[in-house]
Design a protein around this ligand. Structure first.
Ligand SMILES: *Cc1c(COP(=O)(O)O)cnc(C)c1O
Length: 391
């Protein structure tokens, strides 16, 4: 039994050994510049990237592999989507308006703050206590000048799966572009951009057992978009810079594995998550934040009524979990606040995120360790007190 247990798979995942194997030849043998297709070395790299684009396009149900642009990750893809559309559509005579949600990843929220400083109006749609965006509020926020709706497909803190098909339909009926950050959603299986009416989709490899530093933006062919980094005009000037061949080969292998294994992964991970929840519910006073119905299988976000999150992490340093999101270290979670959780419970909330490599032995170890360290004798519930705190 390992003493350390990694339950922070929504922060990042361990690379799948099969992904690493797929990457290695592009470090050791096929290291040519993929833009130089006159050389055999460059051609091999170029062909690998073409195959990877096709793999991603197939997984998304895209019409063409030209609709995939590789980036350094979902953060950059989000920036390219939002700023790229605004830069393509903004004209001095009329400032555009965009709609996003209050539970987006920090990158989107900071990008939107930047737009507001440029005088572009942004509406931030709220969520219910389940962490699901309000569709009536979304419909009500649409204006004449609205050009883009950017709402994440699945949330990284509470795992809530948003009604993106409905959002896509609202956007399409109103003639507005729809961008979705699918960094977390990707592991659920095929995205089907046409069925969802998604015009732009952000992806990241390191949330799906691929390497860090590589991601992609799906851009529907009809979408007007201005690149942010022209560089040497790689990727049609939408995103210049020498392509990261090993990263791209790894990303594609990670997606191929998902295409084959996502259902099996989800079944196993969900069962382990439910086991962890029922074990902890038996021995500790906890409250589940967010929906259990529309939730990523590996996510569990819990408020511990008897301890703060920071204290819990100090008491069980063997277990890697997270508070808020990894990127906004120890800041009170904007997601839990948006869900209406009282500040007291926000401070007591911890995210456990399970993944492909989580084992039942690890879950049982964590289930025993937590009550032991938190000093609660098993089964000693004080329901009157619990009621007071959760009300
Ligand atoms: C991790 C994550 C990102 C950032 O992705 P990077 O590839 O690390 O830049 C963006 N959005 C969501 C929802 C994420 O979970």
């Amino acid at each position: 039994m390992e003493r350390f247990v990694y339950l922070d798979n929504q922060g990042s995942t361990r690379i799948d050994p099969r992904v690493l194997t797929a990457m290695l030849p592009y470090f050791t043998d096929h290291y040519g510049n993929p833009s130089n297709i006159l050389s055999r070395y460059g051609r091999i790299a170029h062909e690998a990237i073409d195959r990877a684009r096709q793999t991603l396009a197939d997984y998304l149900g895209a019409d063409s592999q030209n609709e995939i642009v590789f980036t350094s990750g979902a953060t950059e893809a989000n920036d390219l989507a939002v700023n790229g559309v605004i830069d393509a559509l903004a004209d001095a005579s009329r400032l555009p308006h965009i709609i996003t949600s209050r539970i987006e990843h920090a990158g989107i929220l900071n990008t939107c703050k930047g737009l507001e400083r440029r005088g572009i109006a942004v509406s931030y749609i709220g969520v219910d206590e389940q962490g699901l965006v309000s569709l009536p509020e979304l419909r009500g926020a649409i204006r004449e000048e609205t050009v883009l709706i950017s709402i994440m497909a699945a949330n990284n803190e509470v795992g809530s799966i948003q009604p993106i098909a409905e959002i896509g339909e609202i956007a399409r009926n109103a003639g507005i572009l729809f961008h979705t950050d699918a960094a977390q959603y990707l592991s659920l299986g095929k995205l089907e951009v046409n069925r969802l009416h998604a015009d732009l989709v952000s992806l990241s490899a390191h949330k799906i057992y691929g390497p860090k530093g590589i991601g992609a933006l799906y851009i529907r062919q009809s979408v007007p978009l201005k690149g942010r980094i022209p560089g040497g005009m790689q990727q049609r000037g939408l995103r210049g810079g020498t392509l990261n061949t090993p990263g791209i080969a790894g990303f594609a292998e990670a997606v191929r594995l998902l295409a084959r294994e996502h259902e099996e992964d989800a079944r196993r991970i969900r069962a382990l998550r439910d086991r962890l929840l029922s074990n902890l519910q038996r021995d500790l006073r906890i409250r589940v934040n967010g929906t259990l119905e529309r939730r990523l299988p590996g996510n569990l976000n819990l408020a511990f009524l008897d301890t703060t999150a920071v204290a819990l992490i100090a008491l069980v340093p063997e277990i890697a979990v997270s508070v808020g999101s990894a990127c906004s270290n120890a800041e009170p979670s904007h997601v839990l606040k948006a869900m209406g959780l009282p500040g007291d419970l926000v401070e007591r909330s911890v995210r456990f995120s399970l993944g492909r490599f989580t084992t039942e032995a690890e879950i049982d170890y964590v289930s025993a360790l937590l009550p032991q360290r938190l000093g609660r004798p098993p089964h000693a519930h004080d329901t009157a007190q619990e009621k007071k705190i959760t009300e």
